[in-house]
Design a protein around this ligand. Structure first.
Ligand SMILES: NC(=O)c1ccc[n+]([C@@H]2O[C@H](COP(=O)([O-])OP(=O)(O)OC[C@H]3O[C@@H](n4cnc5c(N)ncnc54)[C@H](OP(=O)(O)O)[C@@H]3O)[C@@H](O)[C@H]2O)c1
Length: 265
């Protein structure tokens, strides 16, 4: 095992939201590592899951935009099937547009649903998985939580305020988890993509517009895999790297110092 644990140490990886885009490409790259981990992919579209099954991936059809009770049942079933699960990648997300200059157009149901999938679901699954990860960690198996945030979590995209807020929240949570779990064998590797080729922008019907600006998926995944193999705490790519260097660098130290002060209270 390398000095800093990384994705090559994983034996069983679950990718939530892997029927398209970044999740699907990462699942394939992790599956092709020489360490040959079991890779379990999930999403709602069964036909896509069937295609992924043919490539040697394990599949679970699951709508992750659900309540705590269903998420608990999902985790119980998952750990029964895959007791060696040591890594979870959170790729599922949606990106909706809301215009607060026209409050009558704000669909709060949609807003809450986005908040749930992009943030609350992730917190819930982490809470349910941590006891299992701690147990594996104590047995010497490094475990990994891999949240996928965004440069829009650093400086919001004002047209998509809920999405940006969920990514900022997830980034903040990642910093806190990193500090709180420091003395355990559970590691956070936060991926911060820039605009990347995917289906994420289809819902707004503007894929044609953004396609001119996005980073090709293959190039993005190559950079991310290097970071995951090194066990980097933050894997910020392209524009996200620039914004991370400008606004976020050094925050981890402040989080640590604040925690040390808090312990003395
Ligand atoms: N692409 C970008 O420009 C970009 C930039 C910054 C950050 N990110 C982040 O990167 C991650 C991946 O995004 P992407 O661009 O790859 O998006 P994508 O192409 O739209 O893929 C999203 C995946 O999430 C799944 N998903 C959506 N709703 C789900 C639900 N309710 N339950 C289970 N799975 C669900 C989809 O599968 P089903 O439809 O089959 O359920 C799909 O596999 C997201 O967290 C996104 O915020 C992306």
């Amino acid at each position: 095992m390398s000095a800093t644990p990384g994705i090559a140490d994983s034996k069983c990886v679950l990718v939530i939201g892997a029927t398209a885009g970044i999740g699907r490409a990462l699942a394939a790259s992790i599956h092709s590592l020489p360490s040959k981990p079991t890779v379990v992919v999930s999403g709602r579209r069964q036909q896509r899951l069937d295609e992924l099954c043919k490539t040697g991936l394990e599949t679970i059809q699951f709508d992750a935009n659900t309540d705590a009770k269903s998420l608990k049942a999902f985790v119980d079933d998952l750990l029964e099937r895959y007791p060696q699960l040591d890594t979870i990648v959170f790729s599922a997300a949606v990106q909706q547009e809301f215009d607060f200059a026209k409050p009558e157009t704000i669909d709060l149901k949609k807003f809450y649903s986005e908040l749930n999938l992009n943030y609350v679901m992730i917190v819930t699954l982490i809470t349910y998985l941590l006891p299992h990860f701690f147990k594996l960690g104590e047995q010497g198996q490094p475990c990994f939580i891999v949240p996928i945030t965004s440069n829009l979590g650093i400086a919001p995209g004002a047209w998509t305020p809920c999405y940006s807020a969920t990514k900022a929240a997830l980034h903040s949570l990642s910093l806190s988890l990193n500090e709180q779990l420091k003395d355990t064998n559970v590691h956070i590797m936060e991926i911060m993509p820039p605009l990347v080729e995917s289906e994420l922008h289809d819902t707004a019907g503007n894929t044609g517009k953004v396609a001119k600006y996005w980073m090709p998926l293959e190039m993005f995944v190559h950079d991310v895999m290097e970071g995951l193999k090194r066990g980097d705490r933050t894997i910020a790519v392209g524009l996200s790297r620039e914004q991370y260097e400008r606004f976020e660098k050094g925050k981890e130290d402040v989080v640590h110092q604040t925690m040390e002060v808090w312990k003395t209270w």
